[in-house]
Design a protein around this ligand. Structure first.
Ligand SMILES: Cc1cc2nc3c(=O)[nH]c(=O)nc-3n(C[C@H](O)[C@H](O)[C@H](O)COP(=O)(O)OP(=O)(O)OC[C@H]3O[C@@H](n4cnc5c(N)ncnc54)[C@H](O)[C@@H]3O)c2cc1C
Ligand code: FES
Ligand code: FES
Length: 494
């Protein structure tokens, strides 16, 4: 083990800045605005929703360059930025010349009050530096700014500016500091603070295991897109933070022939390619999960460990039959993901135990998969109901079904009675499938809350199952969808 560091280092404007004193919960935004006085980065919602605080985080891309990701500085812990280049809106103009994105904002009148503008510009700076500089269109721009809100300009000039500046990115002088970034704290654990109050970032999994055993009450943090809100909105007193983002190998995504193994620190962005390839519906749910800022740092592991009944990943992963690996000290154990969820707010995780990875089986050739997210807003909204359906087919007969829902119970949960009733019936047997779907009311007693009433949830869940069966039976998806159309022949004769 390399010597522990009692400070973190970030790169600001080409210079390494060492920070040795900070509270474990200090956010990057507070550091920038209150300590550095870089007040160009704004605070709007302080919960990751408006994008006004967007900055770019640069890390080596493994090919000699720098990969920039947009993050919401309001819920990004300062310690998590260790080893990264932090780019804010103040840094973009060079030698009196505006950055191409800024220039385009001026040319297209894409700013009025200007409060949202730094966030938009930084989200588009990340688009400007996308890893694949191929052509982009309006939809790509809309996705890139899905996490940024503007109350007064209107999006038309913003999108026009984005297309102007990002369609064919010009060199802007950024991304050339890879050599400066490489090796900052590589392989060195960080521990800033004291035994009572600290920010720790272990570098190896054994160090993480030891630290979790020593401090079982510490808060484990991956991307902080959930934990950040405990700090900024719920004002929870968090004194001990163990960040898993720098543990070597824990962010790996292994794409095997029959399954995908996703390390607990892998972000949605890291796992995007492998998970999207499972099924177009998986890709569509991912696209609508949070925003680029949330997906840049938020992890699949955090979504699982958080145990929310409305997390988007668990129903999809459960329907596919995924299993998780947990570790406590030197002991590891595995379990089906569905068994991890005991009751609302209760997971099968012991003190000092942490999530290592999730293994996602790839559907067999005879399987059909569907997933649908129902939320009030299309982009960046939490699900009211999420349905994931995996059906094994023997010709046009349903051999078996795994159906999981979010938003229908206190935990992500399978529809076991419906699954049993569907087994063996023909896709074309509408009376038997309708009777099977009637059993949803036996499987679930959903709650009413501000997202949806219990009655709505039950009706929409039934409708989604019907839609899945109809699509799998071969009805063109244009009849059952407004977005994410797909014409996949799941069964012969469809
Ligand atoms: C603006 C916004 C939009 C969002 N939209 C969506 C959405 O559309 N769909 C959705 O499902 N979620 C959404 N979320 C919630 C959040 O982004 C996800 O739940 C995300 O996956 C959490 O991952 P994280 O890495 O940020 O977790 P963190 O916040 O770091 O941690 C979450 C929980 O997991 C625990 N944890 C993390 N890693 C481990 C580990 N290795 N072992 C044990 N415990 C661990 C933490 O202690 C904490 O309890 C949104 C959040 C924001 C701020
Ligand atoms: S201030 Fe709104 S996303 Fe950070
Ligand atoms: S320019 Fe005023 S909020 Fe966007």
């Amino acid at each position: 083990m390399k010597a522990e560091r009692d400070s973190i280092t970030i790169i600001r404007r080409g210079e390494a800045v060492e920070i040795d004193r900070f509270a474990p919960t200090e956010t990057l935004l507070d550091y920038l605005r209150l300590r550095e006085r870089s007040i160009g980065t704004k605070e709007g919602c302080a919960e990751g929703d408006c994008g006004a605080c967007t900055v770019a985080i640069g890390r080596p891309d493994g090919e000699g360059g720098v990969a920039y990701r947009p993050v919401n500085a309001c819920i990004h812990l300062l310690g998590m930025a260790d080893g990264a280049e932090v780019v804010t809106v103040e840094d973009l103009a060079r030698g009196g010349t505006l950055h191409p994105v800024q220039r385009a904002f001026v040319d297209h009148h894409a700013s009025q009050c200007g409060f949202c503008t730094p966030g938009f510009v930084m989200a588009l700076f990340a688009l400007h530096h996308r890893p694949d500089p191929g052509p982009i269109d309006r939809n790509d721009v809309n996705d890139a700014i899905a996490g940024n809100l503007c109350r007064c300009t209107g999006y038309k000039p913003i999108v026009a500016a984005a297309l102007d500046a990002c369609a064919e990115p010009q060199p802007d002088g950024f991304g050339e500091s890879a050599t400066t970034l490489t090796g900052i704290g590589e392989g060195q654990p960080v521990f800033v603070g004291n035994e009572r109050s600290f920010f720790a970032a272990p570098a190896a999994i054994d160090e993480l295991a030891a630290l979790c055993m020593l401090h079982p009450g510490a808060t484990i943090v991956a991307g902080a897109t959930d934990v950040g809100l405990w700090i900024t909105k719920q004002m929870r007193p968090i004194e001990q933070v163990i960040h898993v983002g720098r543990v070597r190998g824990l962010a790996d995504v292994e794409d095997r022939s029959d399954s995908i193994e996703i390390g607990a620190a892998a972000t949605y962005q890291d796992a995007w390619g492998a998970l999207s390839a499972i099924d177009p519906d998986f890709a569509e749910v991912l696209r609508r999960l949070g925003s680029p800022q949330v997906r840049a740092v938020g992890t699949v592991g955090g979504n699982i460990a958080n145990g929310s009944p409305i997390g988007d990943m668990p129903p999809l992963l459960i329907a596919l039959g995924s299993g998780i690996t947990l570790r406590r000290g030197a002991e590891t154990r595995t379990m089906p993901l569905e068994d991890f969820y005991i009751d609302y707010g209760r997971q099968d995780r012991l003190p000092g135990e942490f999530l290592v990875s999730v293994r996602v089986p790839k559907p067999a050739g005879t399987a059909a998969f569907r997933a649908y997210k129902i939320s009030k807003r299309f982009d960046q909204d939490i699900s009211a109901v999420l349905a994931a359906i995996a059906i094994d087919l023997e010709g046009r007969r349903i051999a078996s079904a795994r159906i999981a829902f979010g938003g229908m119970a206190g935990i992500p949960k399978r529809a076991r009675r419906v699954e049993s009733a569907l087994a063996g019936i023909l896709l074309d047997d509408s009376s038997r499938s309708s009777a099977a779907l009637d059993l949803l009311g036996d499987d679930f007693s959903p709650l009413s809350d501000h997202r949806a009433s219990a009655g709505y949830r039950l009706r929409v869940a039934r409708g989604l199952l019907m839609k899945a069966l109809t699509e799998i039976a071969g009805t063109p998806s244009a009849h059952t969808r407004v977005v994410g159309l797909r014409e996949v022949a799941d069964v012969a004769g469809a």
